[in-house]
Design a protein around this ligand. Structure first.
Ligand SMILES: [Zn+2]
Length: 432
């Protein structure tokens, strides 16, 4: 049996298979006992465990295992050495590393990285490349539109909404293409653009009227391109009830069964994530964005959280699992400043992306699961739209959809015996 050295901790690993293993966790490795997997230094143990986290991209030609090895080595001499080491690395590398380490260390690491390199500056991504050679009058319109889109992006982010960092760039793609198309047609001013130019252009991009394009067309005619267009009056006749397909839901027992199955197959974190969906009526995406700032711990040890606009107590049986999860993500989380807490999302840190998670655990069921929670709340007597909106964050259109279920399902509220007795009387079986 030949030996090699683990690229992380340097422990001698025996070569079991044909190729020498890269590190102690490799399938064909048989590490000696001084390996980091069993180190007395917790951070080294976590560095080792990080090798099992799905690898993610680290910019440049740095390898994750090299960063982890350096981190594990400096961690032996304490926190200040770690900070010193982070200072010697690129900000981008450090932020990427945070995303591909074991969940139990990513919270702590992200705070250290933040203290050294600050928060990622999204502004760099806002810049847009406008090709040279466009006439000044067209350029001026594009720049004005870019300024409006940029300020809208900033306003949304300030108000706590989230938008992709390339929000502005994406909105500029079609306007820039349109400008180039117009130049080819000999049009050099926005106010000289005719409808047929736009139609011809739309055909040339396969009729893909993307959001940015429509907003841009409105910008050309109107000062407020991002005006809210939802809820505009329809041409439907008054008094005709719109046909709404009732959403499908699961019975509470089915939801419980599903949650228990996920708990036994995927662990507590997965269970708690789906509990937020199936019992609290959050969308999977919102559950994964829920941050530590939306949790509070009272002095009496009561855990409350805010899934939407109001604070709700975590049910007693779930308090311990939740506290454990929060502690795992960030020990002492409730003593951290709010600003830091708002940047740490426990479910996402533990489970990765919402989309992946749903695909892994309950493919195609996440919407049904959420509907079930809203439906269960309605059936238990919470019929007040505002309460449901404020406590679960359900939108009014969704609430309206859910209410169509109530009208057909009211009989489920009745005791089955009463229904049976009534039916017996109707059929004339009973006559007392
Ligand atoms: Zn090792």
């Amino acid at each position: 049996m030949a030996t090699a050295n683990c690229q992380l901790c340097g422990a001698r690993v025996f070569r079991v298979g044909r190729k020498p293993p890269r590190h102690c966790h490799a399938l064909n490795a048989a590490p000696e006992n001084e390996c980091w997997q069993t180190s007395s230094n917790e951070l080294q143990r976590l560095c080792s465990a990080s090798l099992l986290v799905k690898p993610r991209h680290i910019p440049g030609n740095v390898r994750r295992i090299d960063l982890l090895r350096e981190l594990g080595n400096v961690s032996a001499s304490g926190e200040s050495s770690i900070i010193e080491w982070l200072r010697t690395r690129e900000a981008e590398e450090c932020r990427a590393l945070v995303k591909c380490v074991h969940p139990a260390m990513s919270g702590k690491l992200s705070l250290w990285v933040e203290s050294v390199h600050g928060i990622a500056e999204a502004d760099a991504l806002l810049s847009v490349h406008i090709p040279a050679g466009l006439p000044e009058s067209l350029l001026e319109g594009l720049r004005r539109y870019q300024a409006i889109a940029t300020s809208r992006y900033r306003r949304l982010i300030e108000k706590g909404h989230s938008r992709a960092p390339d929000y502005v760039r994406r909105r500029m793609v079609l306007p820039i293409r349109l400008a180039r198309y117009l130049v080819e047609q000999g049009v050099t001013r926005w106010d000289a653009v005719r409808k047929r130019d736009l139609v011809a252009f739309a055909e040339s991009v396969n009729g893909r009227y993307q959001a940015g394009y429509i907003a841009f067309l409105r910008f050309l005619n109107d000062a407020n391109p991002f005006k809210e267009m939802r809820g505009r009056p329809t041409s439907k006749r008054k008094g005709v009830r719109p046909r709404i397909t009732p959403p499908s839901v699961l019975a509470p027992a089915e939801v419980d069964e599903l949650l228990e199955r996920v708990r036994s197959e995927h662990g507590d974190a997965a269970f708690l994530a789906l509990w937020l969906v199936g019992k609290m009526g959050m969308t999977a995406e919102a559950a994964f964005k829920l941050s530590l700032a939306q949790f509070e711990l009272s002095e009496a040890g009561r855990l409350v959280f805010r899934p939407a606009r109001v604070w709700i107590a975590v049910p007693k049986p779930l308090t311990q699992p939740w506290l454990q999860l929060l502690k795992q993500v960030m020990p002492g989380w409730h003593k951290l400043p709010m600003e830091q807490r708002s940047r740490l999302a426990p479910i996402r840190i533990m489970l990765g992306s919402a989309e992946d998670f749903v695909r892994r655990t309950i493919p195609a069921k996440s919407k049904i699961l959420r509907s079930s929670a809203i439906y269960a709340a309605m059936m238990s007597g919470k019929l007040d739209r505002v309460t449901i909106h404020q406590s679960m964050g359900v939108s009014m259109p969704t609430i309206l959809k859910m209410e169509t279920l109530l009208s057909v399902d009211m009989h489920r509220k009745l005791d089955p015996d009463i229904v049976a007795a009534r039916n017996a009387r109707i059929r004339g079986d009973r006559n007392d």
